[in-house]
Write a protein that binds this ligand. Sequence first.
Ligand code: SDX
Length: 393
Amino acid sequence: STGYITLDPGFVNTGAASSAITYIDGDAGILRYRGYPIEQLAQDSNFIEVSYLLIYGELPSKSQLEEFTSRINRHTLLHEDLKRFFDGFPRDAHPMPVLSSAVSALSTFYQDSLNPFDEPNVEMSTIRLLAKVPTLAAYAYKKSIGQPFLYPDNSLGLVENFLRMTFGLPAEPYEVDPDIAKALDMLFILHADHEQNCSTSTVRLVGSSEANLFASVSAGIQALFGPLHGGANAAVLEMLEGIQADGGDVGTFVERVKNKEEGVKLMGFGHRVYKNYDPRAKIIKKTADEILRKIGGNDQLLDIAMKLEETALSDDYFVERKLYPNVDFYTGLIYRALGFPTKYFTVLFALGRLPGWIAHWREMINDPATKIGRPRQIYTGERQRDYVSIDNR
Ligand code: SDX
């Protein structure tokens, strides 16, 4: 009745919540958002339409999409006091804790929209997040390079507006490159949801206490920051640059991984669910080559990445452990070619994952059967024992 399914005894006794949002078959490498294959959505849809699909459960009609888009456009501006929020951070602050803090601060500006059971409030919070998080992310970038913030230009689409606020300057017009916008839009679609991953489970767990949507998403951003989760896309770039600095010696690096040298992992490889090629990585790899050739990018790093993949996929160590490229293996190369510094890669992951977090929070708050409740544990500590006074210890 609680919607829990108890996993087979092989698993630690974690009950999994049910959900109707995203389906993954880890062995077959299948990913579907609300039943639609990720390959079709990445090819034929766009990020704002996929956001609508994840949150409301159906593809929008033309008029529904226009209305959704205009509602978002009306809320891309930040409260002027919230803009001043960035003054308090050190210039070299990592953008993920800045973004998480700023999203949490939204709940102080919209205290009327915090009741999780008031449908109009939840709608308002949904639109405000979708509209303002790209602005907050762009401002975190501008703050770190000491450049002025640009107000949103609502004649542009969501992704184009984000690119303009990130790379534009008040002193000159900024033309959004349609190839860059399309590449980023597709990457956002591929990151939009992924079932009960670490950050989405965090959003659901925090929300299960009836904490508001802003607070829950803020917690999800912090969970995504971890290098084993969303932080991996930046770690892949650092790994490839390290191999490049060693003269592109992929073989030596792979041996270091197999010898399990302290902290040396093949970042961007492996997955808790996919024991096959991550379908997102397949799509990204296919377009990474095209995008990098078209807009220019460090082809040497792409060549190293492809050589690393080829070496690993023909090595029993990785094949036996079912380690394949995941979503993070190629994305960093594209983000870098699009002009983003490495420490912003995980912010881009958060921008993509935002509609998924919102969809899961709304599903959980409306359907107790989908709640991740209070997990239990297997106690492995001391048996009962009597207190000893300090003089006798
Ligand atoms: C994301 O959950 C999601 O859906 C997440 C995500 C999403 O969209 O939200 O898909 C996004 O987080 C993708 C993952 C990004 N992280 C990385 O690329 C970091 C590197 N990957 C690993 O840390 C690891 O693969 C995990 C954490 C992702 C998954 O770990 P698993 O599947 O639980 O594997 P494991 O830790 O049980 O390891 C099994 C074996 C071990 O070797 P043995 O002890 O059996 O000898 O495989 C080895 C591990 O040491 N192994 C690796 C490895 N990943 C696992 N060895 C080298 N390099 C790796 N990357």
